[in-house]
Design a protein around this ligand. Structure first.
Ligand code: MGP
Length: 363
C-alpha cells in the first residue's frame, strides 16, 4: 500500500483546518473523560476483637489515621482508561461525540431497527464503533462496502460523503490512497475513530470539506499532476433522510409506478444538489464513478445520466480522435443490486472504466 501523500491548495488548507479542529475536540473529550477514580477506602477495623486499648494507644492510632487520610488526600487522582479506543489512540478517540450503545434499551426508538443490524454495519461494532443518527441510517453495511471497494481498486479514491467511515475503511483495504470528505466535523471525527478500530486511520486523509466546493477547486487547477490525480470518485450522498422510500416522488414516477411497493426515487431528492448535477460535476474529475443509490431509483434515470452526457458532447462537437473511437461504442452503466440475505438494500452504479467490459475507458 502506498505512502500517504499530501494534497495541495484548498485540500491541504481544509485538511489542516480539520486537524486543528479534530485535535481540539478530542482533547476536550479526553479532559471530560478523565474521571477521578473512586478511591477504595479500606476502613481498618477500629478494634480487634477481644483486645482492650489504652487511651495512649487510641491517641497514637488517631494520629496515624490523620496522617493516612492526609496522604490519601494528597495522592494524585487515578486516571481511568481514556475513551473507547484505549491508551495510545487518544488522538483518534471520539468517545463522547456519539453514544456507544451496548443494549437495545439505551437506543432511541427510531434507531432501534438500525441498532439490531449493528454488526452488519461494522463487524467490529463491539470494539467501540461510534455512529451519530445520520450514521445509523446511512452507513453502508460492511460486506457491501467491501464489495464496492473491491470493484474500485485503484491508486486514489475520493469518498465524497464519507459519513461515519464505512466505505472509507473498506477503501483503505484496497486502494493506495483514500481521501474522505464530510461537512460535519463530528461525523469526520467518528469516521476517524472507527477507522482506528479497523487499524486503517493512518491510511485515510480525512478532510472537513464540502464536496461541491472541493470538486470545483480541484477542477480549477490546470491538469492535475500525478500526485493529485483522483482515479475513482465514490458518491454516497444523503438521499434526503430515512424517508427516501416514501418521499414525494416525481409526477412521472407516480404515473408509471402506481402499483409498486415504493414510489420511484427521483435523483432530484439527493442532497446537497440534484443527483444528476452531482454526477456531471464528478465526471469532470474522472469518468470512473461509483454511485450508491436507493434501491427504488429508476434505472431509466440512471442510464439517462450518460445519455444526456453523450448528447451534450456531440452537440459541442468536441470529440477528439482517440476518444472518439472509444465513444463509437456507447458507454454503458453497470447497475449492481446490493442484497443482504433476502433484502435488497441499495444499488451501486458503476460508470466509465469501473463497469464490467469497459476497462478501456479507465483513464
Ligand atoms: P434503509 O432501507 O433505510 O434501511 O437503508 P434498512 O433497515 O436496511 O431497510 P428496511 O427495508 O428494513 O427499511 C438501506 C441501506 O441504504 C442502508 O443500510 C444504507 O446503507 C443505505 N442508505 C440509507 N439512507 C437513508 C441513505 C442515505 O441517505 N444516503 C446513503 N448514501 N445511503 C443510505
Amino acid at each position: 500500500m502506498g505512502k500517504r501523500k499530501n494534497l495541495g491548495g484548498l485540500a491541504r488548507f481544509v485538511q489542516n483546518a480539520f486537524q486543528a479542529e479534530a485535535s481540539s475536540s478530542s482533547e476536550l473529550v479526553q479532559a471530560e473523560s478523565v474521571v477521578t477514580a473512586v478511591e477504595e477506602v479500606v476502613t481498618a477495623s477500629q478494634s480487634a476483637a477481644g483486645t482492650t486499648r489504652t487511651s495512649s494507644q487510641i491517641e497514637e492510632e488517631n494520629v496515624e489515621q490523620e496522617l493516612m487520610s492526609e496522604s490519601t488526600r494528597r495522592r494524585p487522582a487515578k486516571k481511568r482508561k481514556i475513551g473507547l479506543l484505549g491508551p495510545g489512540y487518544e488522538k483518534y478517540d471520539a468517545t463522547g461525540l456519539a453514544p456507544h450503545y451496548t443494549n437495545i434499551k439505551q437506543v432511541p426508538e427510531k434507531l432501534k431497527k438500525y441498532f439490531s443490524q449493528r454488526n452488519r454495519y461494522f463487524s467490529l461494532y463491539s470494539e467501540g464503533c461510534l455512529l451519530d443518527e445520520e450514521g445509523w441510517y446511512s452507513v453502508t453495511p460492511e460486506l457491501i462496502a467491501d464489495r464496492i471497494a473491491d470493484r474500485c481498486r485503484c491508486g486514489t479514491v475520493l469518498d465524497a460523503f464519507c459519513g461515519v467511515g464505512g466505505n472509507a475503511i473498506a477503501f483503505a483495504k484496497t486502494c493506495e490512497r483514500v481521501i474522505a470528505l464530510d461537512t460535519s466535523p463530528v461525523r469526520l471525527a467518528l469516521a476517524r475513530h472507527n477507522a482506528a478500530i479497523y487499524g486503517v486511520s493512518d491510511r485515510i486523509e480525512f478532510i472537513l470539506a464540502d464536496y461541491i466546493s472541493f470538486a470545483k477547486s480541484y477542477l480549477s487547477h490546470p491538469t492535475p499532476n500525478q500526485q493529485r490525480r483522483i482515479d475513482v470518485v465514490f458518491l454516497s450522498p444523503p438521499w434526503g433522510g430515512p424517508e427516501y422510500l416514501s418521499g414525494v416522488p416525481s409526477e412521472a414516477a407516480i404515473e408509471k409506478d402506481s402499483n409498486s411497493e415504493h414510489p420511484e426515487y427521483n435523483l432530484s431528492s439527493i442532497k446537497p444538489i440534484h443527483g444528476a448535477e452531482l454526477f456531471r460535476l464528478s465526471r469532470r474529475i474522472t469518468t470512473n464513478i461509483a454511485y450508491f443509490l436507493p434501491r427504488n431509483t429508476s434505472v431509466q434515470e440512471i442510464s439517462d445520466l450518460i445519455t444526456e452526457e453523450r448528447v451534450r458532447e456531440s452537440d459541442a462537437k468536441d470529440e477528439q480522435e482517440g476518444k472518439g473511437k472509444a465513444k463509437d461504442v456507447p458507454e454503458r452503466v453497470e447497475v449492481e443490486e446490493e442484497w443482504m440475505g433476502s433484502k435488497l438494500k441499495a444499488l451501486t452504479c458503476y460508470f466509465g472504466g469501473l463497469a464490467a467490459g469497459q476497462e478501456h475507458l479507465y483513464e
